[in-house]
Design a protein around this ligand. Structure first.
Ligand code: GDP
Ligand code: MN
Length: 383
């Protein structure tokens, strides 16, 4: 789950990271009032969960409250990469002498958190990594020791930060790291961290990604989720307790178990198809969950066939069949379906589906092959 810039920065501030003293607004009048309170030039910033807002015209400087109100009315309601801007952050404008990148993430290979810093801040870090990898500096952090003074100094030295800022930089790196750990984040990022005209360090942008699996113990963060910024299919999947990831292919897959789902996707690829999604309905799924999953799959216009691959252990094949029938009752479709049902109550399951117009298969290879063929002929018939 991603947090907005204002949510991330306010949280960073709780860990001693200096941020501009700004406020959130939802209307141009609000912006006028806040800008007046701030009393100098301000920056009005679109709060949407995508990067590159600056380039998209979602970040504007304004010298007076009137001008801030005017730019805000342009930004509020604006579309940035498919998301509508409903909130803006109004920050006192900062004078930028230097832009730095500072982030904490997990290095899965090293099985440790890692702090990443670069003197090339303000631009997308992926771009810096691709063009000039030598300008990206890393320090692995022992989660039990935290950021050691020497590690922060190494980073500061390597990114070319002048010595007078090292102490402040170390405090910020330490605060950002503690915030990352305490929030169960997979990313905590300041881009850019700037040196101001007054020679101080200031975090003027913030981004956090929280590990969804930890939200049960982060209730205050879970509350911050912005439903508007999530694809409807993902919201529905989460609410139904399904693990769902949309992909670009044409074969909808409904599978129980993550490993089996992976194998199913591999198998469709092997036979020349491409999966439309990863979808794990989990163990012991009841019919309502199966129905929800099928609704999500069929709502994807790219889907040209659906492949059910159910290995019944705790999950009962008859329950799955009932869910499929319930969903089909509700949404009649001519998308071809291929079913492989094996394991607990497979006979009952197959009997239930006998009257539905579905292709059956007993092995995964056969099922995948048939789903790929069905998708091809469906696409040809549509064309
Ligand atoms: P992003 O484009 O979504 O990453 O949004 P940022 O908050 O990082 O802003 C993009 C760029 O706008 C920054 O890299 C700065 O160059 C500029 N910017 C943002 N806030 C200020 C500010 O207060 N003063 C000035 N002069 N520029 C700013
Ligand atoms: Mn940024």
């Amino acid at each position: 789950m991603k947090l907005h810039e204002y949510q991330s920065k306010f949280r960073f501030a709780e860990y001693g990271v200096p941020i501009p003293q700004g406020k959130l607004a939802t209307s141009p009048d609000d912006v006028f009032r806040i800008a007046k309170e701030i009393g100098g030039p301000v920056v009005v910033k679109a709060q949407v969960l995508v990067g590159g807002r600056g380039k998209a015209g979602g970040i504007k400087l304004a010298k007076t409250p009137k001008e801030a109100q005017k730019v805000a009315s342009g930004i509020l309601g604006m579309d940035i990469k498919g998301l509508t801007v409903k909130k803006v952050l109004v920050d006192p404008a900062a004078e930028i002498e230097q832009e730095i990148y500072l982030g904490v993430t997990t290095d899965r290979t090293a099985r440790k958190p890692v702090i990443i810093a670069s003197g090339e801040g303000g631009v997308e870090i992926e771009q810096v990594a691709a063009d000039t990898p030598e300008k990206i500096i890393r320090q692995h952090i022992d989660p039990f020791l935290g950021v050691r003074e020497y590690q922060a100094r190494n980073l500061a030295l390597e990114i070319g930060l002048s010595r007078e800022h090292w102490k402040a930089f170390a405090r910020i790196a330490d605060g950002l790291f503690r915030c990352y750990m305490a929030s169960d984040a997979s990313l905590a990022e300041i881009n850019p961290l700037i040196v101001t005209g007054d020679d101080e360090l200031l975090a003027i942008d913030g981004k956090m990604v929280i590990d969804d699996n930890a939200l049960f113990r982060q209730p205050s963060l879970a509350e911050m989720r912005d439903m508007d910024d999530e694809a409807p299919a993902e919201t529905q999947a989460r609410q139904a307790g399904l693990s769902y990831v949309k992909l670009g292919g044409e074969i909808g897959c409904m599978v129980n178990g993550a490993g089996l789902a992976m194998a199913t996707m591999d198998m469709t690829q092997l036979f020349g198809g491409s999966p439309a999604n990863f979808l794990d309905i989990g163990g012991g799924a009841q019919s309502d969950k199966v129905a929800a999953a099928l609704r999500i799959i069929l709502a994807d216009p790219n889907v040209n066939s659906v492949l059910f691959n159910i290995f019944g252990g705790i999950t009962r094949c008859d329950e799955v069949a009932r869910g499929i029938l319930a969903a089909l009752d509700e949404i009649p479709t001519d998308v071809p379906m291929v079913v492989r049902l094996v394991g607990t109550n497979e006979e009952e399951g197959r009997a239930l589906l006998a009257d539905a117009d579905m292709t059956t298969a007993t092995t995964l290879a056969k099922a995948a092959q048939k789903a790929v063929e069905a998708a091809k002929s469906y696409a040809n018939a549509e064309a």
